[in-house]
Design a protein around this ligand. Structure first.
Ligand code: SF4
Ligand code: SF4
Length: 403
């Protein structure tokens, strides 16, 4: 185990009551009933772990992690909230809605195992939306559920003929790329091949556990963490890094496991996990990034996901896009999009989610760029919903430029 004093659970003791977390919490600004990170996490959190008592406004926290970044004392505010939420649901039943949102991987596996399963599931989701079925289950009826792709990334991956190389990375697709947007994973393989890397896929990985953590299924998330950490360490022993294109997956693998569960192996595994553009930026720093790129001649507006900011690795997309001839990247710089994983799908959080996103929506509409780029799948869903644009992952743009 990590030294007790270093564990996230004890960082509440470092709180100075400065309220910086409260000033930076997007939910607090949008929902008057939320008592805010300072009261819910460090203050009430410490009492909660000592007695059987729960601050119910904890339910408002979206785990966006803006509070963690704002805290001058290093209090792991959002993690304290998620630990409290997990503790609450050890003693209370989960709503059926949360069971569905937390177990997207389970549903996707089932749908993909059935003949024509994805076709029927997509049709069923459309009909279900029109009949108000999701709404009656507590899922925001205004939202479209993400459609399943006709084949998974794993299936697409097997069809790709890659040049073999001594330089290898393991790609962690996560549920969204594997089941909904496999083309993003295909684009990643193309980019890595263009940079002299062979991409491996390890199908023993499972969902990173982020949807489980935010809905309070902490023990299940722990099981996912143990499996994934074992896989990451297996690759680490062979000197092969694990790379992800989804910023919430990569944050979970590299940082949140350790913060939530405090095991030394999680810290060790986290050191072998990279975000895709972070990895490319490292190559660039060593003069090994392939800059033979076709002109793009487009103006992009880039929404930096909160979970990329929480990783503390800057904006590697911006530095890599500097190599794209004719590309201009503008940062949206408009705060959280409000979606925060499955938070914006909850019927009772929909209005809050949209209110948080207003600033970003206005910024994107006013920018009138050729393309909106963002490396988080649920941020892209929220931007599409709030602006009627079609955001894409920046790796797709880069892949197109490698002809
Ligand atoms: S994680 Fe986000 S919503 Fe939750 S308390 Fe922190 S800033 Fe607020
Ligand atoms: S920002 Fe940190 S130190 Fe300040 S009130 Fe919040 S938790 Fe406490």
């Amino acid at each position: 185990m990590i030294d007790e004093e270093e564990r996230a659970i004890y960082t509440g003791d470092h709180c100075l009551s400065c309220t910086s977390c409260m000033a930076n919490c997007p939910v607090m600004a949008a929902a008057k009933d939320y008592r805010g990170p300072k009261l819910v996490a460090p203050a009430h959190g410490r009492m909660h772990f000592a007695e059987d008592d729960t601050e119910l406004s904890l339910d408002f926290c979206s785990n966006c992690k803006s509070c963690d970044r704002a805290c001058p004392s290093g209090v792991a505010v959002s993690t304290l909230n998620m630990l409290q939420r997990g503790e609450y649901y050890r003693k209370h039943p989960h709503p059926q809605r949360d069971d569905m949102l937390a177990h997207a991987e389970r549903m996707a596996k089932l749908v993909n195992a059935l003949p024509l399963g994805t076709t029927f599931a997509n049709l069923g989701m459309k009909i279900g939306k029109n009949l108000g079925v999701f709404d009656s289950l507590g899922i925001a009826g205004e939202r479209d559920m993400p459609a399943y792709a006709s084949s998974t990334f794993a299936q697409e991956f097997r069809k790709i003929k890659q040049p073999s190389s001594d330089k290898k990375v393991v790609f962690y697709p996560g549920c969204s790329i594997n089941y909904n947007e496999p083309h993003i994973g295909v684009a990643f393989v193309k980019v890595m091949n263009a940079n002299g890397y062979e991409v491996l896929l390890d199908e023993a990985f499972n969902c990173c556990g982020s949807p489980l953590v935010v809905t309070g299924y902490l023990d299940e998330a722990h099981e996912h963490a143990e499996n994934n950490v074992e896989r990451i360490l297996y690759w680490k022993r062979q000197g092969i890094p694990v790379v992800a294109c989804c910023t919430s997956c990569s944050l979970m693998l590299r940082k949140e496991y350790e913060e939530l569960f405090g095991e030394e192996t999680m810290k060790e595994a986290g050191e072998n996990v990279y975000d895709a553009f972070e990895f490319l930026e490292m190559l660039d720093g060593e003069g090994k990034f392939n800059t033979k790129l076709a002109p793009v001649n487009e103006r992009f507006i880039y929404h930096v996901p909160c979970h990329l900011k929480a990783a503390g690795i800057g904006t590697p997309v911006v530095s890599i896009f500097r190599h794209l001839p004719g590309a201009k990247v503008e940062l949206a710089d408009a705060g959280c999009c409000g979606m925060s994983g499955n938070y914006g799908f909850k019927k009772d959080k929909y209005e809050i989610s949209m209110k948080i996103g207003e600033k970003l929506f206005s910024r994107i509409k006013a920018a009138n760029a050729d393309d909106v780029i963002c490396d988080c799948p649920t941020c892209r869903m929220q931007i599409k919903h709030g602006t009627q644009t079609e955001p894409c992952h920046p790796i797709e743009i880069l892949a197109k430029a490698y002809q």
